[in-house]
Design a binder for this molecule. Structure first.
Ligand SMILES: [Zn+2]
Length: 437
């Protein structure tokens, strides 16, 4: 069965590009309280469980009381390269940082966010090695492992600090998680690094910076040894939800939290909007698309997925979601039309439909772009030759060369409208597949 996006998954089409300095900061706020949970994903670029969880938190959770702030991809460039830190370990730069350090701006920005008055509790998401056990049980299960832990730097903050009883909260969270394990050996435990007295390295970390600024902070570590990304995300979301419960933050998500649903959500890469005149669904997209009509510079890329990013490489534009390379866009540079009309008409299965710029339409049998004075339609992959303007013709799925489809199923094709050789808008025609035949 195919996964179909329905209204059950809200907020997916809202473009999320709120930026605080060099850091993406997504705020879900209510006016009832200042209590704010700050969740940080992706300080280590090779720990996808953490940053994909933060991303799903941003797109698939509604916060009904109090506040949730999310930094989904703190170390974004390292995430794309699937590296712990392309400029060294970012989580060892929170005590002192050299002025020439390439991470300096990001570290300073996140420090400023952490110390904001509203922030009541900080969670830093990681995927750690092995499965933590207090006693040594071999390579994977031992006291040096970090996987499946709630990490604290010390037991308590000041008496008066709300949520300052770190050890009690961490024990509470791990006990709640341990009631919902996928496998028995996934048990969570509390790991106290006793940073102030015992751990020089952790004194340089984000959580210790928070704690020394009197902000309750915890690291959540799923295990790198879990068999799938969806299991890592499952445990992160479980932990975050338990923190929200403890903080009395009311939330709703319109999916049941289990491995299979998370897997489906992870496969949905969302949408990429380019310059407001192109909109591409990234799920099921082909590995490369050519002749995309964009500008030679200053293109505006907006993703519905907070982990989306475009990187220019050679003459191409590479589209990423987190560490996953989704597609490569080969450009054809065009001046973007400034005086294009907002609406275009198309005859879809004999009915006239009016289309907004960059929209999609769905066809059973055939469609026909209604001819419009001054405009030229280019139907990408349409096999008939010898026409400059391809409006005014009835076109069926069989009329397309599959090499030009957008999607791996060869059912979605591009229609581009131009005015005086300036690009106006890209539409997509979806041919509905009758699976009952
Ligand atoms: Zn880490």
């Amino acid at each position: 069965m195919k996964y179909i996006l329905t209204g059950a998954f809200f907020a997916l089409n809202i473009f999320l590009t709120p930026i605080f300095g060099d850091v993406q900061l997504i705020k879900k706020e209510n006016s009832d309280s200042n209590t704010t949970l700050l969740v940080i994903g992706g300080i280590h670029g090779d720990e996808p469980g953490g940053y994909f969880s933060a991303s799903i938190l941003a797109t698939h959770y509604k916060i009904n009381s109090k506040n949730l702030w999310i930094v989904p991809n703190l170390n974004q460039e390292s995430i794309q390269k699937d590296a712990r830190g392309i400029n060294g370990d970012m989580n060892r730069k929170f005590s002192i940082i050299e002025s020439k350090d390439k991470d300096k701006k990001i570290v300073e920005d996140i420090k400023e966010i952490i110390t904001k008055e509203n922030v009541s509790l900080v969670l830093n998401l990681h995927d750690g090695n092995g499965f933590y056990r207090k006693t040594d049980r071999g390579n994977i299960f031992n006291a040096n492992a970090w996987g499946q832990t709630c990490v604290i730097d010390q037991c308590d903050l000041n008496q008066s600090q709300p949520f300052g009883n770190l050890n009690t909260i961490a024990i509470d969270v791990k006990e709640r998680i341990n009631k919902k394990l996928i496998e028995d050996h996934h048990t969570f435990d509390v790991k106290n690094t006793n940073t102030k007295f015992d751990d020089e390295a952790m004194k340089l970390s984000l959580t210790y910076f928070a704690v020394t600024n009197n902000k309750p902070a915890f690291a959540i570590e799923s295990s790198k040894n879990l068999p799938s990304l969806s299991q890592k995300v499952f445990y992160h979301l479980l932990a975050i939800e338990e923190f929200m419960n403890i903080m009395d933050i009311s939330f709703t998500r319109e999916f049941e939290l289990n491995e299979q649903n998370i897997d489906e959500i992870l496969k949905n890469y969302g949408n990429l909007n380019i310059n407001s005149n192109i909109s591409i669904n990234l799920t099921n997209i082909k590995k490369s698309l050519s002749f995309i009509p964009i500008k030679s510079e200053s293109n505006v890329f907006k993703f519905s997925n907070p982990l989306g990013r475009v990187v220019r490489e050679g003459g191409n534009f590479i589209v990423y979601i987190g560490n996953k390379k989704i597609t490569t866009l080969g450009p054809q540079y065009f001046k973007q039309g400034e005086s294009c009309t907002e609406k275009f008409e198309v005859i879809v299965d004999k009915n006239i439909v009016s289309l907004d710029a960059a929209s999609d339409f769905f066809v059973n049998d055939d469609f026909n772009i209604v001819k419009k004075d001054g405009y030229r339609a280019n139907i990408i992959g349409y096999k008939a030759i010898g026409r400059l303007d391809e409006s005014g013709v009835n076109i069926k799925l069989q009329d397309f060369d599959k090499r030009f489809s957008i999607d791996v199923d060869d059912t979605v094709y591009r229609i581009e409208l131009y005015k005086n050789n300036e690009f106006c808008s890209m539409f997509k025609v979806h041919f509905i597949q009758d699976n009952t035949k």
